[in-house]
Design a protein around this ligand. Structure first.
Ligand SMILES: Nc1ncnc2c1ncn2[C@@H]1O[C@H](COP(=O)(O)OP(=O)(O)OP(=O)(O)O)[C@@H](O)[C@H]1O
Length: 348
C-alpha cells in the first residue's frame, strides 16, 4: 500500500492516488455546437480504496477516464496520479496504472493464456505473471481455450487480467460487471476486494448501484460534468438519509396528486409505483397535514435509511439503466434553454 502522508491546507491526510481539480473538457462540433462534457470536475481517491465513479449516461465519466489516460486533451484543470502531475508525468506513471476504459478486442483464435503471454512479452513482464493473473480472475481452468468460445463474462475477466498484468498500483475499470451473470458479479466483487486488500487502489464506474454500495469504500457522483457528491459510502448515505421518509396513501391512484402537492410545498419527491420517497423532511406531521388539506390520506409515513440508488436519483434526477449507454445526452449545450439545470436523464 502507498503509505506516504501528504499535507494539504495544513491537514494531514492519506496519500491521494488520484487527484482531479477543476477539470474542463469542451467538445465542439458543427452539428451539435459546443458541449461542456466536464465543467470544473473534482475527484480524489485515497490509496488502497475501491472507489465507485457514478453518473448517468453522458454525465462525463468516460471523458474523465480518457482524459486521465492521456487519450483526450482537457481544456483546463489539473490531474495527478500517485502525486505526479498529468499529462506531463504520464510516461512515468503509465507502468503503474492498469485500465480498461473501452472493451478491448482480443484475437478470437488465441487462448487467454496466449493472449496474456503476448501482452506480457510486449510489456517485458515475467511469463509467470500470466498464470498469476489467470488465477486471480478465475480463468485458470479455461485458459487454454480459444477466446471466441468465451462468454461475455469470461472476456470481461480476460480484460481485467490484461490490465492486472503489470501489477498496477491503480486499476481503472469502466463497467467491469457489464455482461456478467449474478455469479460472475459476485466473483468480480471478491476480486476487487482482494486487490484492494493487497494494497491496489481500484476506481470503477458502474451502473449497478447496489453492487457499488457493496464493493466500494468511497464514491464520486458526477452529473452534468460536475461532482455532486463524494466521500465514504456510509457518509454519503448518512448525509442523504436525514429527513428521508416513505409515504403511502390509502388510495394508490392519489399518488400523482400527492407528489404535486408536496412538490408545491417545497418537498423533494421521488415517485415510486406504490409509494413516494421524500427527502429533507424536518417534521413528518407537516406532510400528513399538507396532504390531508387536499383530501389525501396517509396510510404510512416511515423514516427510512436511503440506499445509493436513491441518493443517485435525488442528485442526478435520473435512474441508471444497466447496460444502456449514451441514448440520452446529459451534457450541457452552451446557450441551450435550461443549460445549467441540475436535471438530466434517460427519459427519452
Ligand atoms: N468525441 C466526442 N465528440 C463530441 N461529444 C462527445 C464526444 N465524446 C463524448 N461526447 C459528449 O460528452 C458528454 C459526456 O460523455 P461521456 O461519454 O464522458 O459520458 P459518460 O458519463 O461516460 O456516459 P455513459 O455512461 O453513457 O458512458 C456527452 O454529452 C457526449 O455526447
Amino acid at each position: 500500500m502507498v503509505s506516504a502522508v501528504t499535507y494539504l491546507s495544513g491537514e494531514v491526510s492519506l496519500s491521494a492516488v488520484l487527484e482531479i481539480e477543476g477539470l474542463r473538457k469542451t467538445y465542439r462540433s458543427r452539428k451539435r455546437g459546443v458541449r461542456h462534457a466536464l465543467d470544473g470536475f473534482d475527484m480524489r481517491v485515497e490509496a488502497g480504496q475501491v472507489h465507485g465513479f457514478l453518473g448517468p449516461n453522458g454525465s462525463g465519466k468516460t471523458t474523465t477516464l480518457r482524459t486521465l489516460l492521456g487519450l483526450i486533451r482537457p481544456n483546463g484543470g489539473r490531474m495527478a496520479i500517485l502525486g505526479q502531475e498529468l499529462p506531463q508525468a504520464l510516461p512515468a506513471v503509465a507502468g503503474q496504472v492498469g485500465a480498461i476504459v473501452e472493451s478491448p478486442q482480443f484475437f478470437p483464435h488465441f487462448s487467454a493464456r496466449d493472449t496474456l503471454g503476448l501482452l506480457a512479452q510486449a510489456g517485458e513482464l515475467p511469463r509467470q505473471r500470466v498464470d498469476e493473473v489467470l488465477e486471480l480472475v478465475g480463468l485458470r481452468d479455461r485458459a487454454g481455450e480459444r477466446v471466441k468460445t468465451y462468454s461475455l463474462g469470461m472476456k470481461q475477466r480476460l480484460a481485467v487480467a490484461s490490465a492486472l498484468l503489470k501489477n498496477p498500483k491503480l486499476l481503472i475499470l469502466d463497467e467491469p460487471a457489464n455482461g456478467l451473470d449474478p455469479g460472475g458479479i459476485r466473483e468480480m466483487r471478491g476480486l476487487m476486494r482482494d486487490l484492494a486488500a493487497a494494497g491496489m487502489t481500484v476506481v470503477l464506474s458502474s451502473h449497478i448501484l447496489g453492487e457499488i454500495q457493496l464493493i466500494c469504500d468511497s464514491v464520486t457522483i458526477i452529473s452534468l460534468g460536475r461532482r455532486v457528491a463524494f466521500g465514504p459510502v456510509d457518509e454519503v448515505l448518512a448525509a442523504h438519509s436525514q429527513g428521508a421518509v416513505r409515504v403511502r396513501l390509502e388510495a394508490v391512484t392519489d399518488l400523482p396528486q400527492a407528489a404535486e402537492t408536496l412538490t408545491r410545498a417545497g418537498i423533494r419527491v421521488t415517485a415510486e409505483p406504490d409509494h413516494l420517497m421524500l427527502a429533507g423532511v424536518d417534521k413528518p406531521a407537516a406532510v400528513s397535514r399538507v396532504l390531508a388539506e387536499q383530501g389525501l390520506y396517509v396510510s404510512e409515513l416511515t423514516p427510512v435509511a436511503v440506499d445509493l440508488e436513491s441518493v443517485f436519483l435525488e442528485l442526478t434526477a435520473t435512474a441508471p439503466v444497466p447496460g444502456q449507454h449514451r441514448q440520452v445526452d446529459q451534457s450541457m449545450k452552451v446557450g441551450e434553454p435550461g443549460s445549467g439545470a441540475t436535471t438530466g436523464g434517460w427519459g427519452a
